[in-house]
Design a protein around this ligand. Structure first.
Ligand SMILES: [Zn+2]
Length: 327
């Protein structure tokens, strides 16, 4: 299993809570029903007694006649129960618990070819928990599309003859549209430009909308995440490292902020490449933000990485003055 014991137990606890909740709700509904139609309670009590008697007969190897009689009585009671429910226009499933996962009934395990296997829902839950542990303290509230102010960008041409306000209006619209139409097959984005031009704000605004649609999103800053991965790697905490790396690969959208501001070492450069490449192979989008020019990226990482990046990403080049000083 690619997750640590800690995450496995947290996921199992959540599943168990789901299962208990489903059972409690079913008990409550059944109790309400029995209050309305007491005969159903009597039938249920008798069915349980019969069940126990049959079990007793089997254990004590009792004669088969009594088992046959008991089974017939049980069948008759079940038919009576069904008739009462039908007469009252009540779905017979009302007596059954409604589990979140029908395959494993929220136990986390399924039987397949006489083998017990981990259910997909448990794997999904472990990925979610590992992701939550990575993206804690996201400044999502402040970073919405509504709060993005285009007025901070100049309407005068810059040194290259480009008008920041126009460029940024286009980028803004692009991002709104990207979030609107987001799917796990969306393209990756490379947001490039100097510090304080709104890259983090717009990528978090995308995150906000994408999370609302029910996709899993992880936002990490490059210095923090590569420091974490490197520390885990050299402390030989492989299971933690696998958790971290797996979550980064598995989430629906990964936002890697401030690429290039981490301490660049052979470990981090290969990690950046592996991470981005694994996500491309998994067909999942990544938003990468960087202050670096393309030639600086090539120098810091490799031509191979930058070619892969450019091939897979739509490029958004942010221009203007640091808006944090304008504010
Ligand atoms: Zn399941």
């Amino acid at each position: 299993m690619p997750y640590s014991q800690e995450i496995y137990h947290l996921a199992k606890d959540r599943l168990s809570e789901r299962r208990q909740q489903a059972l409690r709700t079913a008990d409550y509904r059944r109790e309400q029903l029995y209050k309305e139609i007491p005969t159903l309670r009597e039938i249920n009590n008798e069915l349980m007694t019969i069940g126990a008697s049959i079990a007793k007969c089997i254990v004590s190897n009792d004669n088969h006649t009594s088992i046959k009689e008991l089974s017939e009585r049980s069948l008759a009671l079940q038919q009576e129960q069904k008739a009462i429910l039908d007469d009252n226009h009540i779905d017979k499933n009302i007596l059954e618990p409604i589990f979140t996962c029908k395959k494993c009934e929220d136990t986390g395990y399924v039987e397949r070819d006489n083998r017990t296997e981990v259910c997909d829902c448990l794997i999904q839950l472990m990925a979610e928990i590992a992701g939550e542990q990575l993206s804690t303290n996201l400044p999502l509230q402040e970073s919405t599309f509504d709060r993005f102010k285009l007025d901070y960008y100049s309407t005068e041409p810059d040194n290259n003859g480009k008008i920041p306000f126009n460029r940024m209006s286009n980028i803004y619209r692009y991002c709104v549209d990207y979030a609107d139409t987001f799917s796990i097959h969306s393209k990756s984005l490379l947001m490039r430009g100097g510090t304080g031009l709104g890259k983090t704000h717009l990528s978090l605004a995308v995150a906000n909308e994408v999370i609302k649609k029910g996709f899993s999103v992880i936002y990490v800053s490059a210095p923090e995440i590569f420091f974490k991965l490197e520390r885990e790697h050299f402390n030989y905490r492989y299971s933690d490292q696998e958790d971290t790396f797996n979550s980064l690969v598995k989430c629906d959208l990964l936002i890697l902020d401030d690429l290039g501001t981490e301490f660049i070492s052979p470990f981090t450069t290969s990690c950046v490449y592996n991470l981005f490449n694994s996500r491309i192979l998994a067909g999942k989008p990544t938003i990468i933000n960087t202050n670096m020019q393309l030639n600086e990226l090539i120098k810091a990482y490799s031509q191979r990485f930058v070619s892969r990046l450019i091939g897979a990403c739509d490029r958004l080049d942010f221009i203007g003055e640091d808006i944090r000083t304008e504010k």
